[in-house]
Design a protein around this ligand. Structure first.
Ligand SMILES: *[C@@H]1O[C@H](CO)[C@@H](O)[C@H](O)[C@H]1NC(C)=O
Ligand SMILES: *[C@@H]1O[C@H](CO)[C@@H](O)[C@H](O)[C@H]1NC(C)=O
Ligand SMILES: *[C@@H]1O[C@H](CO)[C@@H](O)[C@H](O)[C@H]1NC(C)=O
Ligand SMILES: *[C@@H]1O[C@H](CO)[C@@H](O)[C@H](O)[C@H]1NC(C)=O
Ligand SMILES: *[C@@H]1O[C@H](CO)[C@@H](O)[C@H](O)[C@H]1NC(C)=O
Length: 403
């Protein structure tokens, strides 16, 4: 909180010191008033920091009384931490059109929170424009401590939507985030579509899209290849639909990790449908921490998935985390359906691994029409399916057979 106040104080000084009011241009083809960041001091070229100019532009667009569109034009714009905050007076949606490339500062000390760009407490934002959000993670991935160092700071997420109801993002490219590429937190009615997200397969914690605390979120038409989950679904989500995601390299499409922190809330209603996973470590995955608080994850469907050389095609892992061995997870998993999942697997693991909790065994798990064979050229067989603390119901085709 202090940090954000600080930014606005600096902003106020910047506005006073320039003393010039910018006159926004009217767009020719659209009714919205255009607020172009170069009118507010942003400079292309990728050398001068444009964060304050972007915040000033947003504040003008936000406080507009007419339909507003903030434009990041063609060119390369360098920026440190940026907060676009509501509530706004402009009619919905406020469009943020990224035509050029936003490039993050590579100096970690300019990021005082765990994000680079945050859009928060505003309803009806639309981020689009075909441009690129480049996190420049390659300069800082070496500082990612994972779980090795206690309380190590997480590297900043490139773009966070926090309490941004009735909003959407589409037609944007993300590359090389420092931490996650984007996060949807505490949002209701949110669409994520037509994103292209890339980072190297060995980059740490570079999840594509992470969703938590949100209701009615649709994620569709993504191409994601990163060093971590393509789509990760955290706690507190209700009614999520993930479709037409092509994932790889990466860790697959995952619900979890759940149960790491004390005050997490349930996951209720997630459908992952019509996705393709290529060379990922997991396909359809649910993972929960050992020694977790009590929590529920239910009404989960993974269906119509095509796999190509996936290491753990179908996996529930309730024995996750590096610590507290022997203390079972208390995340109760129920009503989970894996259907129409076909393709090839790497040979090191079973096609189906259900490692449920001894404290709260999985309930109501079905597997229907599963057809998974070793990837072509693999010299060996899949390990036998493994089902622990689960009594799944098998229906239709099962290749390899049941547990
Ligand atoms: C977003 O929607 C939720 C659920 O309807 C509501 O509780 C919350 O106050 C809304 N947030 C904002 C910033 O409008
Ligand atoms: C999300 O997209 C669907 C169409 O796919 C549309 O009907 C809906 O209004 C959109 N929701 C938001 C919040 O933009
Ligand atoms: C998500 O998609 C479903 C089914 O297509 C639709 O009913 C729902 O309104 C969509 N949600 C949003 C937030 O647009
Ligand atoms: C997704 O759905 C489309 C249209 O129904 C279909 O052509 C395509 O093969 C499906 N892809 C997967 C991975 O199931
Ligand atoms: C399958 O993936 C493994 C790594 O998980 C890789 O070593 C192997 O070359 C891949 N095989 C094919 C046929 O792509």
């Amino acid at each position: 909180m202090e940090i954000k106040a600080g930014i606005f104080v600096i902003l106020g000084i910047a506005l006073l010191s320039t003393g010039v009011e910018c006159i926004p241009r009217r767009g020719l083809s659209s009714a919205a008033t255009v607020f172009d960041i170069t009118q507010f001091g942003a400079k292309p070229g990728g050398k001068k920091d444009s964060a304050l100019a972007m915040i000033r532009t947003w504040n003008k667009a936000c406080k507009s009384t007419e339909a507003a569109k903030m434009v990041i034009p063609a060119g390369k714009f360098l920026a440190g931490e940026v907060v676009f905050q509501g509530p706004c007076t402009a009619p919905k949606p406020i469009v943020i059109e990224i035509r050029g490339t936003l490039v993050a500062d590579s100096d970690l000390s300019v990021f005082t929170s765990n994000y680079w760009i945050s859009i928060e407490h505003v309803a009806g934002v639309e981020v689009t424009g075909g441009g690129t959000i480049n996190g420049r993670g390659e300069d800082v991935w070496k500082f990612d401590a994972g779980e090795k160092i206690k309380n190590a700071p997480l590297l900043p997420v490139s773009l966070v939507f926090q309490a941004a109801n009735h909003s959407k993002i589409h037609d944007i490219k993300f590359v090389n985030s420092k931490g996650f590429h984007m996060k949807v937190s505490d949002c209701t009615d949110f669409n994520v579509s037509k994103l292209h997200i890339t980072a190297p397969g060995d980059s740490p914690n570079t999840d594509g899209v992470h969703i938590s605390g949100s209701t009615n979120v649709n994620v569709t038409d993504l191409v994601v290849g990163t060093g971590d989950d393509c789509v990760s679904i955290g706690d507190g989500n209700t009614n999520l639909l993930v479709t037409k995601v092509t994932c790889g390299p990466g860790h697959g499409i995952s619900i979890g990790s759940l149960g790491k922190r004390e005050r997490e809330t349930d996951v209720n209603g997630v459908t992952v449908r019509n996705c393709t996973l290529i060379g990922t470590t997991n396909g359809a995955r649910i993972k929960t921490y050992r020694a977790s608080p009590q929590l529920k994850a239910s009404r989960i469907i993974f269906e119509d998935l095509i796999l190509d050389n996936v290491t753990n095609p179908i996996i529930i892992d309730q024995d996750y985390g590096s610590k507290k061995k022997g203390q079972p997870s208390k995340v109760a998993i129920s009503n989970v359906h894996f259907r129409n999942i076909r393709g090839t697997a790497a040979i090191r693991k079973p096609a189906i691994t259900l490692t449920c909790s001894a404290a709260v065994p999985c309930k109501g798990v079905t597997l229907a029409n599963i057809d998974i064979v070793p990837v072509e050229g693999a010299d060996g067989k899949l390990k036998p399916n493994s089902c622990l603390n689960a009594k799944p119901v098998f229906k239709g085709k099962q290749n390899p057979g049941a547990c």
